[in-house]
Design a protein around this ligand. Structure first.
Ligand SMILES: *Cc1c(COP(=O)(O)O)cnc(C)c1O
Length: 361
């Protein structure tokens, strides 16, 4: 299947983006959609005006949760070009999620082409201020209307786009994080390494309770002993000790973040010793007590880098770097955002250009 059918919305007036974009509140004019059946493979690929679905009440993902997604970003560069950050790795991760949930794999090259087409068509929606971006949300779900517990036969794959604001409109603000052992998000051999809706459902109550206590997000501890740190909300975590920078190793219960991977590479190139290993909450507390904890930060597509100013566990409140953004965190944030908007050369082949086009149907 290599054809996309187009139905393009005619707009008479120019798009004016709202001043405050927020995150995932506004959507562009079009979406990409295609269907899967075992007989036909992927079929019916189209780009058309964004619309609501009509689904049978027995649609399988609603009941049994076969639902996966990705989140990545496109940017307008300083010289008005359009580019996507590491879409190849995001699509590869989506295929890993698909395999774990018995869902069909995507043709990576075709999905990349479809993504570029959609972005090109809706390129007037890409915001241009530093820190803003066009958030790309590909997702897939089982659509067979049957209540039997087994993988769905049929699936839908969709891409929608949302112009999003800077995560820190008032500057780089450190966040307050609560480590807790009351709930776990996932566990080894579970689905923690997949970007699937179920992991988010499992995380909501802990996040709500943390927010009530005045924290921004939860630091998840491992699912077995609640001893080792795993990740923060929708971000991977890095601990900056005096002699090394550590991020929890990928044991199967942690989402292998694309930002995590990029940050490990940049830090290594800057000459830091970066180790992917198990790190316990006790080790972090000990380092705090003996003065060898330099900083803690999170990494993820939405915020890029998020400084952690307060980390609490049980009754211990660790105020990190006087609650201020770390020097290294800011440097990493600036490095990545400069690559995003083409201020810095892409020396790693992380950037995929989107050709602008006059659409034509
Ligand atoms: C998406 C996500 C991340 C961050 O991954 P990126 O690829 O860097 O955006 C981290 N943790 C969880 C649970 C996630 O869903």
């Amino acid at each position: 299947m290599k054809n996309i059918s187009y139905q393009i919305k005619q707009r008479n007036e120019k798009i004016t983006l709202p001043e405050k974009l927020g995150f995932g509140v506004y959507f562009t004019d079009h979406m990409f959609e295609m269907d899967y059946s075992p007989e036909k493979g992927w079929y019916n690929a189209s780009i058309h005006p964004i619309n609501n679905f009509c689904l049978h009440p027995a649609t399988s993902f609603i009941h049994y949760g076969q639902s996966i997604f990705e989140g990545l970003k496109a940017f307008k560069t300083v010289d008005n070009q359009i580019q996507i950050f590491r879409p190849d790795v995001h699509i590869e991760r989506m295929n890993n999620s698909a395999r774990r949930l018995c869902m069909p794999e995507l043709d990576s090259e075709f999905v990349l082409e479809a993504m570029k087409e959609l972005i090109a068509i809706d390129s007037d929606w890409i915001p241009t201020k530093r820190g803003e971006a066009l958030y790309i949300r590909p997702f897939m779900f089982g659509k067979e209307p049957v209540l039997g517990v087994r993988p769905s036969r049929d699936y839908k794959f969709i891409i929608i786009l949302s112009p999003v604001g800077a995560y820190y409109p008032e500057g780089f603000e450190p966040v307050r994080i609560l480590a807790q052992d009351k709930y776990v998000r996932t566990f080894r051999k579970g689905m923690g390494e997949c970007k699937t809706s179920a992991n988010y459902a499992a995380s909501l109550l802990a996040a709500e309770e943390a927010k009530e206590l005045g924290f921004t997000q939860v630091l998840w501890l491992d699912g077995v002993e609640q001893k080792y740190i795993e990740e923060v909300g929708t971000m991977n975590i890095f601990i900056h000790f005096k002699d090394e920078i550590v991020t929890p190793k990928l044991t199967g219960s942690i989402l292998p973040g694309v930002t995590r991977r990029s940050v490990i590479q940049i830090l290594s190139e800057w000459g830091f010793k970066v180790n992917e290993r198990l790190v316990s909450i006790q080790e972090v507390m000990d380092a705090y007590d003996n003065g060898t904890l330099v900083g803690v930060f999170g990494t993820g597509t939405a915020a890029i880098i998020s400084s952690i100013g307060l980390l609490s566990y049980k009754d211990k409140n660790m105020v990190i770097n006087n609650g201020e953004a770390g020097e290294l965190d800011l440097k990493l944030f600036n490095e990545l955002t400069s690559i995003h908007i083409g201020e810095k050369e892409d020396t790693h082949n992380w950037i995929f250009k989107v050709e602008k086009k006059e659409i034509l149907v």
